[in-house]
Design a protein around this ligand. Sequence first.
Ligand code: ASN
Length: 323
Amino acid sequence: MKDKPETIQIPKPLEQLSSSELERKACIGKIMTFTLKSLSDTYVKEGFQWLLPVALSQSTDPLWPDPGASIEKRIEVDIYGKPVRTTASMIIHKLIASSTAYPKLFILSPNIRIEKAARAETGKHIYEFTQLDFEARDATSKDVMDLVEKALITLVKDLKTEMKGELTSLCRCDSLKVPKAPFKVCDRVELEAKYGAEGWEAGLAQEIEEPVWVTNIPREFYDFEDFKTGRWDNYDLFLPQFGEVLSGAKREWEYGKILSKIERDKVKKENYALVLNMAKEGRLKPSAGGGIGIERLVGWVAGVKHIGECQPFPRVPGIVNEL
Ligand code: ASN
């Protein structure tokens, strides 16, 4: 996400809000509740198991190399004589869980990413957010796109009837349109040619009027890369006038490829011993999945300027409140 020059009001903690600001906060809160219920209903109906998140693990998302990453600090502590990290995403857990007891799963998990303080005013970054992270064994990218399109269309359609009052008071009732499936799919290479290597994300978000998928984005080792063509079988979902709200991929499952990518990226191999061993033993299964940034999705629905507004206890980069 490209940082915006426009000054954005930084979300304040609850105890500092005026009565009209509290009303707005309550409205966004109701849209959050509705969204969580709608999405979890869709995933459960589609046969996904609902797993609980973990906060500390030896292995978490390396978030590297990722062109969008701006992590200032990685949190690592020792417990019981072992180093553990706070969850950056549950991708590694999803690979293991979907290969074993939970072929189709989703988790609403807190993701801790200590973003650089300079990102306070992008309106799209918070240092602790919630991701609806999901994974399905043997699924293809197309399967995931179909599922997400269905979840999003159901959500917006139902919001427009059942949350009409809230959307009206947020001045979002008319501008929020029910998206039409299938969403358009663009290749990142074409977008870079059109908007430039740096500006394509912002350029795309400003131009589109419907959600758009972007594929073929070079990033972490777990996303599938075709070594013959150099093409990545992954995808981001961009929402109009907003930006990226989901990222996901078909996954790597072959030992040789995972090892060579970890080495190429200079990621610490010892932090991914379990994934590597499972792959070596042929126990890592092909899968595809993704993660929806909940505050971003609700922020788009509610039309907020800063997604910290969707949090009861805002996590704005650089600002640490008592709660
Ligand atoms: N949740 C993302 C995925 O499933 C990974 C991430 O958040 N970095 O691909």
